[in-house]
Structures are given as C-alpha cells and as structure tokens.
Design a protein around this ligand. Structure first.
Ligand code: HEC
Length: 154
C-alpha cells in the first residue's frame, strides 16, 4: 500500500507539471528595427486606450509578414512588432522617450500567438503566450484582415 503511494504521487505531480507548462513563449524578435516600418502613431491622454497603449508606437513587419500586408493573408513565419515608447515634449516637438514595451504577434501553424516584452528587456515577458490568448487575441480577432489592424501605405 505504502509503495503504491510512492508511485502515484510522482505521477500526479508530473501530470500537474505538464498541464501548467503552458504554450511555448515567443522568441525575442532580433533585428526587428531593420524590418519594414509599417506606420507610427501617438495615443494621447484623451484616448480610452491611453492607460494600456498610451505613448508613441511604431509597427515593424518581417519579410514574410509583408506578403500578408499585400494579400490580407499572413503566411506562417509572419512576425509583427508594436514598439511602444513614452512621449517627451521638447521645444514643441513630441519625441520618443523610454520604451514601455514591445508587443509581438507570430503566425505559426495557421494561427497567431501574442506576447509582450517589458521595457528594453529581451527576456522579461509582461504578457506570456497564454495570457495573450485573453489579453490580445480577442481584440485582434475583430479585424477583417487576418487579425492585423494596421495597413501598409508605402
Ligand atoms: C483593444 C484592442 C487591442 C488589444 C487588447 C490589443 N491590441 Fe494590438 N493593436 C490594436 C490596434 C487598433 C492596432 C493598430 C495600431 C495602429 O495601426 O497604429 C494594434 C496593433 C498591434 C500590432 C501591429 C500589427 C497590427 O495588428 O496592426 C501588434 C504586433 C499588436 N497590436 C500586438 C498586440 C499584443 C501582443 C497585445 C496584447 C498584449 C495586443 N496587441 C492587444 C488593438 C489591440
């Protein structure tokens, strides 16, 4: 009986571990600042999105995602980055200040995953892939263009 218990406890632990391991995290998008710049925008204090997305953001797409901006269908391997900075006012100009976060969306196996890196960190994730399913995906699902809001106007 006692031996039984020793067998079952580790098995139960292993099951819990595999259930909570979660989805694979998005890798930091190395070199994204050299990708195609899609557009920039400023979200100011009068926006309802200010608390979460306020500041100045720029959007960058890798070469695979650029195919999707043309066709509305993004192939596997598409990566898009939303780079968000605080704004600084200097002599009447609005300049990018401290980086707040970068949001990343990646297309794999026909579906998008979402994640967020905090500040300038390449490792600290302020939104994991699992959290992204609730914090990001629902809003992005409202677009008619394969979950991508921005449009590319060369
Ligand atoms: C309430 C709606 C909403 C939520 C929630 C949201 N986004 Fe977005 N996201 C937008 C909009 C609108 C844009 C387009 C901004 C622009 O065009 O300047 C955008 C743009 C983006 C882009 C650039 C590609 C595109 O769709 O234009 C990425 C990448 C992105 N968001 C990732 C995320 C991640 C990661 C999260 C969760 C941490 C998230 N978003 C949560 C509305 C949302």
């Amino acid at each position: 009986m006692a031996a039984y218990r020793y067998l079952i406890a580790p098995m139960a632990l292993a099951l819990v571990a595999s259930a909570t391991a979660g989805a694979e995290e998005i890798a930091f998008p190395d070199g994204y600042r050299t990708w195609t710049h899609i557009r920039s925008a400023i979200v100011g204090p009068t926006s309802t999105a200010f608390a979460r997305f306020g500041g100045m953001h720029s959007i960058y797409a890798n070469p695979t995602a650029m195919k999707g901006y043309g066709t509305g269908k993004f192939p596997d391997g598409s990566v898009i980055v939303f780079d968000n900075h605080e704004t600084l006012t200097f002599q009447g100009a609005e300049l990018p200040g401290r980086r707040r976060f970068i949001d990343v969306m990646v297309k794999t196996n026909g579906s998008w995953t979402f994640g967020e890196f905090s500040g300038d960190s390449r490792t600290e994730r302020s939104v994991t892939v699992t959290q992204g399913q609730t914090q990001c995906a629902a809003c992005h699902a409202k677009t008619p263009t394969d979950h991508v809001y921005s449009q590319y106007n060369p």
